[in-house]
Every structure is written in structure tokens, then in C-alpha cells.
Design a protein around this ligand. Structure first.
Ligand SMILES: Nc1ncnc2c1ncn2[C@@H]1O[C@H](COP(=O)(O)OP(=O)(O)OP(=O)(O)O)[C@@H](O)[C@H]1O
Ligand SMILES: O=C(O)[C@@H](O)C(=O)CO
Length: 420
């Protein structure tokens, strides 16, 4: 068994492929595993991303799963641990970013780590501790209406401080602009001041590369996927395209979308307006016990030979709120996820071999329903979204797990063109 350099724990499945994508592009050989594997890793790689579905579960469950992932990664020789959360810092009021960070620090015997969701390639920048999504503050972005993790405060020092007992500080843009030496000095000063977690400003990839250098040797890094662009160099690795080759794609094409984020709403709209065949899953019909899964599959079966089909529950915030008022937030989410997972499984049984899934929780449900345990990371379709190759049981499958707010408006057609 070869030893890995970087061991990563991602709190959702799309986030995991996003991170793996940035590591691959920066020169690391990466494998993404779904959940904590039972045995040692067979493949020879530089980094492993353990994909959990821990973003919105109870904090103690998220801690337990993350610690189990940590123990497994340590057993594979990981020299540095990377806790990946969302570039929009998605968390419930109770956590889980703070509690998991704290538990990982305790387990690693580490008294200091950083926190930054900055991902400039996707418009996520942190300035004076405030997170911007595109041109607006996080709290003014579509994230304020997220079905599970509405984000109403853009000040990450405040958000993080509310989730952890450790003192939270800031490494601001002036320090980051001065390079890794200045960042290290600031870290030393913050540590001396009793700060355990520092939010870090970053508004460009250059900032992230400077930050990456300063993080060499830090036992735990917590971040979105952006920081990953600067870490492989610390292990002597350089960007290469060879790490991303996948086997040729076969079979029919489909999209399953349970994301209600702004970008996904636009992508669904663009696909439908371009005449793409689309089936809407109505949560209220699911609640009434209608067999929507069978109906969706019966609808899709005769269409697959003609090109990609879309099955979606994606809806605007007002419609999502109306459903949640009737079902409760958790039950609405879980019920839709179960249905979309079963539809993904049914589509693969019908011969779909190229599957795009939109939404982190939705991807978790679909990947689990398809019994996928490991993903090989391929080329990027749009920033943060690569094609991946997996086995669903014995069936080889190309999957792209699209984070809710990632991808251009034509993503649902562009993705398949990229595989052709
Ligand atoms: N029409 C709907 N009404 C209520 N809830 C819905 C509806 N459609 C989907 N959901 C639920 O909303 C949640 C969407 O979360 P998901 O993580 O899949 O998407 P996202 O948040 O946009 O993606 P990401 O986490 O990658 O940013 C899921 O739990 C899903 O089941
Ligand atoms: O960081 C992001 O925005 C994504 O990888 C993600 O985690 C969405 O769920």
C-alpha cells in the first residue's frame, strides 16, 4: 500500500468532486470514496477525498462520521487533513462546520486552523471576513432562501464564532497580499492571542496560492475547494492533464435535479426552453403517495434514444417554502431525495450511462441509491464540476455531480457534449 499525502473529508458529494477536481488540476492523483471505506485503499494516489453526507445532519452524527473518516485517512498515511465545506459556507444554525472543525482539531492535537470558503473561479470571494457570492454579500445572494441551510449573515468570523468554543480571528487581505511569510507571522500572532480558527480573506487565485504555501505542514486545513489549488505544490506536484483521463462514455444520457439553487433553476429553465424533454417531480404528489417514480421512468423510457432527458424537482423559493410548510423542511428534503435516488437507479437500469445530478444532497441520495463506492475524477466541465467514472454494481457509469450554484445556464446540454 502506498501512503497518501493529503486526506480530505468533504461534507457533501458534489463538494467532494469539486475538491477532487481542483486537486487533480493542480497535479494530484485523486480518488473519491463514498463514505468511509472498510479496508485499505487499493489505488496508488496522492490524495483521497472521503465524501460524507454530513452537512445538514445532527452535529454529533457529523462529528462521528468525520472522525471515522479521519482515522481511516490517518491509517492511509495522510500527512495533512483537509475538511471541505461549501463555498457558500452552508451550515445549519447548530453547525456543522464549527463542531466538526473543533472535533478534528482535538483529534489531531492541533490548536490552530484556518477557515475560508473562497473560490474565485466560481465568484466566491472573502474580503474583511465577509463572503461575497458574485457581486453581492452571501446574505443577499440566493443562499438566503436555501431549503436546508439558509445563510443570512455574510460575516464569517461571526458565523464561525457562533459554531465553535474556540476563539475566531481574521487574516485579512493586506496580510494575504504580502505572501506566505506575512501569513505565517499573522498566524503566530493570532495563536499567541489565543485564536484557534482564523477566517482568511482571498479574492483571487493568487491569494489562494500564497495562502497554500503558508499552510505547508498545518495538520488541518478547513476550506471550500479553492484552497486546494495551492496545496499540491507543497508536496512537490505540478499541474498536469494526465491525471484526468477517463474511459470512453457509452449509453443514454439523463439529468436528475433536486437542487433549488438559483443556477440550477436557470439551467432547468434553459433546458426546457430549448425543447429538452423534462419531467417535473411534484413533492405534494409524493406526499399523497402517488407512484411518481414509476411514472417518471415510464415517461423517460421511450425518450432516451433521442438524447438527454431531465427529471427534476427543482423549484423557485416560494414553491419550496409552500412544500416545506406542509411537510416540514427535513421531511420534504428526505422525501424528494428518496424519489430522485430511486429515479436515478431506474434510469441506469434503463440504460443510462451518462448521468448528471444537480444538488449536493440530491447527489448523495443518487450515489447511494446507485451503490457507487468510488469515483475516478475526469476533466472539468465547468469550474467545480468534473465528469467522473464509477461502477454502479457491475455497470460502468459516467456521472457529473453538479453543485447547486455551479455551472453555466446551458450546463445540462454542455455536459454531454463534453463527453462526446
Ligand atoms: N420542490 C421541492 N420542494 C422542497 N424541497 C425540495 C424540492 N426539490 C428539492 N428539494 C430538496 O431541497 C434540497 C436541495 O438540496 P441539494 O443539496 O440537493 O441542492 P443544492 O443545495 O442546490 O446543492 P448544493 O448543496 O450542491 O449547493 C434537497 O434536500 C431536496 O430534496
Ligand atoms: O463549494 C461548493 O460550493 C460546492 O462544492 C459545494 O459544496 C456545494 O454543495
Amino acid at each position: 500500500m502506498s501512503l497518501i499525502q493529503l486526506g480530505c473529508i468533504a461534507d457533501d458529494f458534489t463538494g467532494a468532486t469539486d475538491l477532487a477536481n481542483n486537486l487533480v488540476r493542480a497535479g494530484m492523483r485523486v480518488v473519491q470514496v463514498i463514505g468511509v471505506p472498510e479496508g485499505p485503499l487499493a489505488a496508488e494516489v496522492d490524495a483521497v477525498v472521503v465524501a460524507l453526507k454530513s452537512r445538514t445532519i445532527a452535529p454529533q452524527a457529523a462529528i462521528d462520521q468525520s472522525l471515522a473518516a479521519l482515522r481511516w485517512l490517518q491509517a492511509q498515511g495522510a500527512q495533512q487533513i483537509y475538511f471541505k465545506y461549501c463555498s457558500t459556507f452552508d451550515s445549519t444554525a447548530a453547525g456543522n462546520i464549527g463542531p466538526v472543525t473543533e472535533a478534528l482539531m482535538d483529534a489531531l492535537g492541533s490548536d490552530f486552523t484556518i477557515a475560508t470558503p473562497a473560490f474565485p473561479d466560481n465568484g466566491r470571494t472573502v474580503f474583511k471576513g465577509y463572503l461575497f457570492v458574485g457581486d453581492v454579500l452571501l446574505s443577499e445572494s440566493g443562499m438566503k432562501d436555501h431549503p436546508l441551510t439558509p445563510m443570512t449573515d455574510a460575516n464569517l468570523v461571526r458565523v464561525m464564532q457562533a459554531q465553535t468554543r474556540r476563539k475566531v480571528g481574521l487574516i485579512d487581505h493586506r496580510t494575504v497580499a504580502q505572501g506566505d511569510g506575512a501569513i505565517r507571522e499573522r498566524i503566530a500572532a493570532l495563536r499567541a492571542d489565543g485564536v484557534g480558527v482564523a477566517v482568511v480573506d482571498a479574492v483571487s487565485n493568487d491569494d489562494l496560492v500564497r495562502l497554500g504555501k503558508a499552510l505547508a505542514g498545518m495538520p488541518l486545513v478547513t476550506a471550500g475547494s479553492g484552497v486546494a489549488i495551492g496545496l499540491p505544490a507543497n508536496f512537490g506536484l505540478a499541474p498536469s492533464s494526465t491525471a484526468s483521463a477517463l474511459p470512453p462514455a457509452t449509453g443514454w444520457q439523463a439529468v436528475v435535479s433536486g437542487s433549488c439553487s438559483v443556477a440550477t433553476n436557470q439551467q432547468v429553465k434553459a433546458f426546457v426552453e430549448a425543447g429538452g424533454p423534462a419531467f417535473a417531480v411534484d413533492p405534494l404528489r409524493l406526499m399523497q403517495g402517488d407512484d411518481v417514480v414509476t411514472q417518471a421512468l415510464a415517461w423517460a423510457a421511450p425518450l432516451l434514444a433521442q438524447g438527454p432527458v431531465l427529471v427534476y424537482s427543482t423549484a423557485e423559493p416560494s414553491a419550496v417554502k409552500a412544500v416545506q410548510a406542509q411537510l416540514g423542511v427535513d421531511e420534504a428534503g428526505a422525501m424528494v431525495e428518496r424519489a430522485l435516488g430511486a429515479i436515478a437507479r431506474g434510469l441506469v437500469a434503463l440504460g443510462v450511462r451518462q448521468l448528471v445530478v444537480a444538488g449536493g444532497e440530491t447527489s448523495g441520495a443518487c450515489v447511494q441509491a446507485l451503490d457507487i463506492t468510488q469515483l475516478q475524477i475526469g476533466a472539468q466541465i465547468d469550474p467545480g464540476v468534473p465528469w467522473c467514472h464509477a461502477l454502479s454494481g457491475e455497470v460502468p457509469l459516467h456521472v457529473a455531480l453538479k453543485s447547486g450554484n455551479f455551472g453555466s445556464a446551458d450546463f445540462f446540454t454542455k455536459a454531454f457534449k463534453a463527453l462526446a
